[in-house]
Design a protein around this ligand. Sequence first.
Ligand SMILES: Nc1ncnc2c1ncn2[C@@H]1O[C@H](COP(=O)(O)OP(=O)(O)OP(=O)(O)O)[C@@H](O)[C@H]1O
Ligand SMILES: [Mg+2]
Length: 342
Amino acid sequence: MKHLSLENEVEQSSIENNSILRETDIINLPGVGPTIAKMFYEVGLRTISSIATIPINELASLGNLGEKTADKIISAAREKLGYGFVTADQILEVRRRMLRITSGSNALDDLLGGGIESGSITEIYGEFRTGKTQIAHQLCVTSQLPIAYGGFNSEDSDPISCVYIDTEGTFRPERIVDMVKRYNEIIDVKSVLKHIFHGRAYTSDHQMVLAENILQNPCFNTIKLVIVDSLIAHFRAEYIGRGTLADRQQKLNQHLHSLLRLAEITGVAIIITNQVHSQPDAFFGDPTMPVGGHILAHTSHTRIYLRKSKGERRIARIVDSSLLPESEVVFQINKDGITDVL
Ligand SMILES: Nc1ncnc2c1ncn2[C@@H]1O[C@H](COP(=O)(O)OP(=O)(O)OP(=O)(O)O)[C@@H](O)[C@H]1O
Ligand SMILES: [Mg+2]
């Protein structure tokens, strides 16, 4: 097993860098008394950053406040955090501290610049049976490894948790059991299972509510990985025909932005899986495209395109990354999970 060489300071969780403050700190904001602070807490606005980054109309409707009051509270939160410009070296320092989760395959980790990045959205798309759900299961396991092995756990803090929003009913705890076997000297299967919160989403609205409620989960502080598998299936099934496209995209945009805010505020890693469609009018290259249009293309920080190869082998390609070069690697899906080609 590859021992990821991470710097010591990396052990500081990204949550610590994200100003997770207590309820009392929210009370100190001008315009926020104990009643409003309690209400914010109940709807999941438990940090100054979550208030600083929420749109005015959303805070107004969540808190039953006038827009003027909401604006005043948001401005005070921003001032408290010093939102404005920061220098590039500060950003680099924060990015260096962001942890990455190993995918189980060294080749795939290298392609991703060291693994799945925390604090951002990674989209995995491809045809059916290309391994999207298998990678999602694998990350629920590997994220629970100690930091030195490519996970998020450390002896100094409570065990981390994962959230799995399952829109297609394809989550299988048996696969988690299979995948833990490979790491059984390091992690305990019972503990791994206990730290995965599975939410079966029956409609797109239900899926959105599950995602929005993550901040209200009592274990919110320990959640480091959120998976939505698949992001688009319900939206595709519910909004049929050209006439509904604008409504669908608007809802999808809202959903993606709540996920994006979650990633940026809390530093969790977010994985979304996506389906593909064929573009018959493409003259060059592969006509297979991810669904979801521009909205999804603009929101995902890293896009991984999966294709089938011989037998258990799969090809992963990085697409549209602002950081990584477009290239591809081969990995394999086995009984015990995602591995390099054996
Ligand atoms: N127990 C197992 N042992 C070995 N390989 C497995 C096992 N379970 C699943 N697989 C492999 O994973 C593939 C299915 O992958 P997965 O369910 O991740 O597809 P997907 O990309 O999520 O597809 P869909 O678009 O239909 O959701 C199977 O075709 C098989 O190759
Ligand atoms: Mg799947």
